[in-house]
Design a protein around this ligand. Structure first.
Ligand SMILES: Cc1cc2nc3c(=O)[nH]c(=O)nc-3n(C[C@H](O)[C@H](O)[C@H](O)COP(=O)(O)OP(=O)(O)OC[C@H]3O[C@@H](n4cnc5c(N)ncnc54)[C@H](O)[C@@H]3O)c2cc1C
Length: 472
């Protein structure tokens, strides 16, 4: 490989802070807001002009998996706060609380017919559909109210290292190359962008048949007569399938999802999957932007010409940022692996517990996935945490547990831990776990009851064959 030597240079220090969070997606929002609310002087660096990551810019506007199979809400904290703040603007919809966990066939059908995200394992679950634009405003409000100093249009490019200690971050923007010095740095880039430069061990193997092996270029079509379109899909399923196949043969995509938000009655979403060699290879990202837009046009032209209801439709939006499902993963102090997908014992340092809903019978036998604090900590570097989908996990755990509410929870734990560690004058690796768990519980994060012996066994009804699996 040909290389050049760059000249050594002096870099302006834009600011000094307690905690520097790089990346303003679900993980970064969780981290920055929690660190700041717990008293840390916090800086947030985001490469785009809006916050929310995939949840806004990627047009991934579904916050799923909030209740377990018994209808009990297991992800609360900042995820719930985001949802609460959307409510006054009617910018969020989800199944009624009294229906969470219901297995009543009519109720299940009622929700499944709206969108399959509302049903898992024959039950209604709490999954919220959110408005991306209103969310951008709300996330701005949340960081601003918490006192976070945010830099948008700023790429975090390199950690500043002194031996094995992270001391800040270099970032690039229209204002040039600058540094922010920080006592703790949190990598919330989704892709673990800081890991290679900090000398932190990571992996990026993903089997090609996994959901997370795919990039996405989601887009929305507006002006659809949805009643007409849905009547056609319902009353002539065979013809609809034939047309879907024809659309794919022509190089397009097979179908669409309805937006359920108020006043979105004429909008449909087109989600998609683009296999790739790597989701952090700039040539691959460019290739998928080009291929995705080609497919978008083919799909739209086909729908407009052939699907009843699409006659007056138009492409209203393609995702402002390419959809990335997975890339680098930290190899941390604890790496969550396939064996943890069958273990029902909480870790002593559990900082979150997630409903396990996408894996059929295995999920029924493993109703909660416990996340240890150590899965956010690199092995060989101090003062740096990972709070995003790059958490320490093998490809199996990553496949099921890297969703938006999960990443907010990683962020909430990392931000809170950083602030508590700084208050105690210790490194984040040495934070008092009991104090961290107590503070997280105070913030509304459900955690296991460590006093009770966990002896979980599923005794409910068996699954019907129609149970849908993960389609994120
Ligand atoms: C098509 C698709 C469908 C999905 N479906 C669902 C679903 O239905 N529900 C669900 O919950 N999840 C879903 N997911 C997964 C989910 O969206 C992501 O796993 C989740 O958003 C990860 O959050 P994150 O904070 O780790 O990363 P991201 O959401 O990617 O956020 C990372 C943020 O960091 C910023 N950033 C990155 N690098 C830098 C840098 N170097 N400097 C500064 N800023 C940087 C980015 O711009 C972004 O704002 C889907 C993903 C895709 C792509």
């Amino acid at each position: 490989m040909k290389t050049i030597n760059e000249a050594a240079r002096k870099t302006r220090v834009a600011r000094e802070a307690d905690v520097v969070v790089v990346g303003g997606g679900p993980g970064g929002i969780g981290a920055a807001v929690s660190a700041a609310r717990n008293g840390a002087d916090t800086v947030l660096i985001e490469r785009y002009g809006h916050l929310g990551g995939m949840g806004t810019g990627g047009l991934v506007t579904i916050i799923p998996q909030l209740t377990d199979i018994y209808g009990k809400q297991q992800i609360v904290g900042l995820t719930q706060e985001w949802i609460e703040r959307l409510k006054p603007r009617e910018a969020v919809v989800y199944p009624k609380k009294e229906h969470w966990g219901s297995m009543d066939k009519d109720i299940v059908k009622h929700y499944f017919d709206q969108i399959f995200f509302y049903v898992r394992l024959d039950r209604v679950i709490y999954a919220a559909i959110i408005d991306a634009e209103i969310s951008k405003v709300i996330l701005n409000d949340m960081v601003e109210e918490a006192g976070v100093k945010t830099y948008l249009h700023s790429w975090g490019t390199e950690p500043i290292m002194e031996g094995n200690k992270c001391k800040g971050v270099i970032f690039e923007s229209k204002s040039g190359r600058q540094a922010i010095l920080g006592k703790v740095v949190i990598d919330a880039t989704g892709d673990g962008d800081l890991l290679p430069y900090a000398g932190i061990e990571f992996e990026d193997n993903i089997p090609p048949n996994f959901r997370i092996a795919n990039l996405a270029l989601c887009f929305w079509v507006d002006g659809v007569d949805l009643e007409k379109a849905e009547n056609f899909r319902k009353n002539e399923p065979k013809k609809f399938m034939e047309l879907s196949h024809k659309c794919m043969e022509a190089g397009g995509l097979p179908g669409y999802l309805k937006s359920l938000l108020k006043n979105h009655e004429s909008i449909v979403w087109c989600h998609n999957r683009y296999p790739n060699k790597s989701q952090v290879d700039v040539e691959e990202l460019t290739r998928v932007e080009f291929e995705g837009r080609k497919k978008m046009i083919i799909t739209y032209d086909f729908f407009k010409k052939n699907l009843p209801g699409f006659e007056k439709s138009f492409i209203v939006l393609s995702c402002p940022q390419l959809g990335t499902r997975s890339s680098r993963r930290l190899i941390g102090e604890y790496k969550l692996t396939r064996k943890d997908l069958a273990d029902n014992t909480p870790f002593e340092d559990t900082i979150a517990q997630f409903p396990d809903l996408d894996r059929g019978q295995e999920s029924l036998d493993h109703s909660l996935m416990y996340i240890p604090y150590r899965s956010l900590l690199p092995k060989n570097v101090d003062n740096l945490l990972v709070a995003c989908r790059a958490f320490s996990s093998d490809e199996h755990v990553q496949e099921w547990f890297n969703l938006i509410p999960h990443c907010i929870a990683f962020g909430e734990a990392a931000g809170t831990a950083s602030a508590l560690a700084l208050q105690a004058g210790v490194s984040p690796k040495k934070v008092d776990i009991k104090a961290l768990q107590k503070q997280l519980a105070k913030q509304g994060v459900p955690l296991p009851d460590f006093k009770k012996k966990v002896d979980y066994k599923y005794t409910g009804p068996p699954l019907t064959s129609s149970s849908p699996f993960s389609l994120h």
